[in-house]
Design a protein around this ligand. Sequence first.
Ligand SMILES: Cc1cc2nc3c(=O)[nH]c(=O)nc-3n(C[C@H](O)[C@H](O)[C@H](O)COP(=O)(O)OP(=O)(O)OC[C@H]3O[C@@H](n4cnc5c(N)ncnc54)[C@H](O)[C@@H]3O)c2cc1C
Length: 318
Amino acid sequence: MAGRKNYDIIIVGAGPAGLTAGIFCRMRKLSTLTIDLKEPGGQMTSIYPSKPVMDYPSYDLVLAVELAGSIIKQTKKLGIDFILGERVEEILTVSDGFDVVTSDVRYKAKAVVLAMGIGVFNQRELGVIGEREFTGRGVIHGIPKINTAKDKRVLCVGGGNSSLEVALAVKDIAKEVTLIHRNKSFEAYEFYKESIMNSQVKVKFHTELKEILGEEKVNEVILFNREDEKYEKLKVDLVVINIGLVPNFKKLRDWNLEVDNAGIKVDSEMRTSREGIFACGDMVSYPGKLKLLISASGEGSIAAESAFKYIQKKNQEG
Ligand SMILES: Cc1cc2nc3c(=O)[nH]c(=O)nc-3n(C[C@H](O)[C@H](O)[C@H](O)COP(=O)(O)OP(=O)(O)OC[C@H]3O[C@@H](n4cnc5c(N)ncnc54)[C@H](O)[C@@H]3O)c2cc1C
């Protein structure tokens, strides 16, 4: 059974970063196990399967689920073992490498590649009245399943890429979408900014969410315009808050990994602060990091190659 043997590499996470790391591990003929708590594909399959991706080389337009499908197919052909539906809880350093511990089983490897995407972060909260009370009842932090917005009046909060991506992803199925940002302009890619400005999404700059109201579920919010200092009520069914991520320091510290505000610190070879553990994709932080599919894949290849060199060196030493 997959997972019962000692692997060269265990990859945690089967998004684009982890899947690509797997491809490059197999190019080096390393025995490779990939563990994911969900289905493979990462955010492409779990969050935005039906969204078109237009910035991945070789496709001018491809549905996320199809892009994920091609990468998954490629990994399966290369002989990567997969364990799905298990969450990695701990990584222990042992004499011959690492024990990767899930709730059910302990898997062994000489090196580990972490590719858990946003799995080790918590969404930043606004701290406004009603936010906690209505979480799960019309308030979502992070990226909702696109269908959640069907026929709803949606308020997107935040001016970064994630918030604009959500607004763009739901605009055609939602009843109406309002996007608010506390500053005077978005901090996002020009492509997203332009798409928002050319769409039916209603944009309100200089605007803060002050209060979320409702009964069983959210039905209204109170907004505050920082320029004219006026309050406004808006009827909404769904509030989607994307104002950044806060690393789950406890978990990462328990794993003994050095972090900064943006994620796990890695060097140009995707080495973490723990020898033999490499990381790639949305969870890593380095100057110039982009949270994109193509960067996740690129970093996956570097992490795999670095892990290969690490194992080679260990083998020579031992
Ligand atoms: C709405 C939206 C639209 C986007 N559109 C684009 C786009 O058009 N183009 C683009 O380039 N980028 C886009 N992105 C960004 C892109 O999806 C991410 O940069 C990319 O998915 C990061 O890949 P990853 O492999 O690092 O992480 P993920 O895709 O998040 O994959 C991480 C995997 O790790 C697993 N995992 C997490 N924790 C554990 C654990 N403890 N144990 C086991 N498994 C675990 C998760 O289940 C997941 O499958 C978009 C993002 C969003 C949210």
